[in-house]
Every structure is written in C-alpha cells, then in structure tokens.
Design a protein around this ligand. Structure first.
Ligand SMILES: NC(=O)c1ccc[n+]([C@@H]2O[C@H](COP(=O)([O-])OP(=O)(O)OC[C@H]3O[C@@H](n4cnc5c(N)ncnc54)[C@H](OP(=O)(O)O)[C@@H]3O)[C@@H](O)[C@H]2O)c1
Length: 232
C-alpha cells in the first residue's frame, strides 16, 4: 500500500490568545508536554517508516545544539538564505544520514536544509517513498505555522491555561486565531485517541466526559486536542 504522507501541525498554545513564543523561546517548560511532542512526532504505525519534522530557522536555533537534530525524525529546516533544495540533497541524503552510527536509540537522524518552504513540503511528499515518510509534522514557529496551516490536514494543539492566580507569561509570537477557527474544528477527544499511534501515551479520560482530560504542571493546566478540517 502506498499513501501520501499527511501534513499536520503540532503546536502548544496559551489560550485564549494562541500565544506560542516569547523572545525566541517557549514561554514554558512542561515535561509531559515535551514527552507528548516527542512521542507524537516520532511514532509511526508502520515500523519501517519515520516522520519528518519541518521547522523555521528560528525554531531550529531555539533548540539547544545537543538536542538537535531531533532523533528518529527527518529534520527539515527552512531558511531563505539557504540555496539548497531537497531534490539537490536527496542523493547525498540517501548515502549519508547524520547520526546513523552513534545514536543510542538506533534511529536515523538526518537534517535537510531547504530554501523554500512550500517547495520543500511538495518535495517531501513527492519523495516520501524513498525517504520512508509516514507523516510530515510542521513544528513551528509562528511564521511557518501561518504558511502551513492552509495545507495541513490536522492540527495537534496543546491548549494551555495558567492556573487561577498564576501570572500570564509574556508572549510575542501567536498563531492566527481567525485562520485556525475558520478552517478547523476541534474534535471530540476520542478522535485524538483513534488517530495517534499506540506508542503515544495520552492521559486517561472518563467515558462519561466528552472533554479532553487535563494535566497540571508548574502552574499551568493543559490538554491535548485534535483539530480537523471543517468540511461540514
Ligand atoms: N509553542 C510552540 O509549540 C512553538 C513551536 C515552535 C516554535 N515556537 C516559538 O516560535 C518562535 C519562533 O517563531 P518565528 O515565527 O519567530 O520563527 P520561525 O517560524 O521558527 O522561523 C522563521 C524563519 O524561517 C524561515 N522561513 C520562513 N518562511 C520561509 C519560506 N517560505 N521559505 C524558506 N524559509 C522560510 C526564515 O528564515 P531566514 O530568516 O533564515 O530566511 C524565517 O526568518 C519562538 O519563540 C519559538 O520558541 C513555539
């Protein structure tokens, strides 16, 4: 069976304003959210496949050098200062994958650089078989989400709210609320459970509740949600 990979955004937002960043970094450090991000973007239904994570140059730079490329995923970094494109790189890529030899989890880490975001995604889709791609996850930041939301099939949004009495962190980077809410609809929690591979651990929810279960950490409460295209 050969299918095109789907394109999905993964993002954590402070609600209700959809804030995602401040001064080039995440405004929070939430370990269970990071674990969810890692599991979601790494897990595949077909064990012979992997996922790509596509990010802007600023988001790439915000990841500490020792943690990048993100392991077990094909990392794709876009910058207009980059003259390369994925087709140029493909031959080289198939010959040498960065991190093949010394990665303790045995994954194939690789980083591709591309000079044009939409062309890069087209090329990832066109070359998904040779690259072994199951899903293309768009992982930020604000500039990249804005351009990729129109071509995304699903949005995995972690909705974060500060606990009562806790300060609202300052934010300077936001998702476009109108863009999301006009094109996508939040799905009932069971749809998220159905769509993610079984390796992704989601918090338990009670059968009598239709709302997503929440996690509390460091003065924030958050829930993992799935948004799909509103085709009705
Ligand atoms: N909450 C979350 O889930 C989350 C996730 C990721 C990031 N963030 C946050 O978001 C913020 C960063 O977002 P940002 O909007 O400032 O930057 P960004 O989206 O990470 O990167 C923007 C850069 O990407 C390149 N780029 C943009 N469009 C392109 C195109 N069409 N073709 C080729 N290259 C393109 C450009 O790089 P050049 O300037 O090199 O040309 C541009 O400056 C940080 O605060 C980060 O922590 C939050």
């Amino acid at each position: 069976m050969s299918c095109k990979p789907s394109v999905c955004c993964v993002v954590a937002c402070l609600m209700p304003g959809y804030g995602i960043g401040y001064q080039g970094s995440l405004p929070w450090r939430l370990s269970k959210e990071m674990k969810y991000f890692r599991q979601l973007t790494s897990a595949t239904r077909d064990s012979s496949m992997r996922n790509a994570v596509v990010m802007g140059r600023k988001t790439w730079e915000s990841i500490p050098a020792k943690f990048r490329p993100l392991p077990n995923r094909l990392n794709v970094v876009v910058s207009r200062n980059c003259q390369l494109d994925i087709n140029d790189e493909q031959t080289q890529f198939t010959k040498s994958r960065v991190g093949d030899d010394d990665d303790d989890d045995g994954g194939d880490d690789a980083t591709l650089y591309a000079g044009d975001l939409s062309r890069a995604i087209d090329q990832l889709i066109a070359n998904s078989k040779i690259l072994g791609l199951e899903t293309i996850y768009i992982i930020g930041g604000g500039d990249i989400y804005r351009q990729c939301i129109p071509m995304s099939h699903n949005l995995f949004i972690t909705k974060i709210v500060p606990d009562l009495g806790m300060p609202v962190p300052p934010m300077d980077t936001f998702l476009d609320r109108e863009q999301i809410e006009s094109q996508f609809k939040e799905q009932p929690h069971h749809k998220l459970q159905e769509i993610v591979p079984k390796e992704v651990s989601l918090p338990q929810f009670s059968a009598d509740s239709s709302s997503a279960p929440t996690i509390s950490e460091k003065g924030f409460t958050y829930s993992f949600t799935l948004w799909s295209r509103d085709t009705q």
